[in-house]
Write a protein that binds this ligand. Sequence first.
Ligand code: CU
Length: 108
Amino acid sequence: MLRVALAVLVAWVPLTAVAADPPEFTLTIKDHRYVPTELTIPANTKVKLIVVNKDATAEEFESHDLNREKVVTGNASIGVYVGPLKPGRYNFFGDFHQDTAQGVLIAR
Ligand SMILES: [Cu+2]
């Protein structure tokens, strides 16, 4: 019985370590637009957005709904933690190219 309990414990520890890392979702910026323009993430879960800027010029990932604002220089990437979010739609944009760089995060 003890041996079984120990085996369960040993197997369980690495799983919790993996579960502690927030799931990652990638947003790409190209030609001053977000790809995809709609990104679905799990609700009630902290996630890490990886914002990859494939343009040569800087952009700023910004969202009033998410209360986030972070510059990503040209041909670089940043990580932005968001959530846990209630189910819903959360707009974001590129502050330097608001006419084209628009998107929505959908939590569900
Ligand atoms: Cu800004």
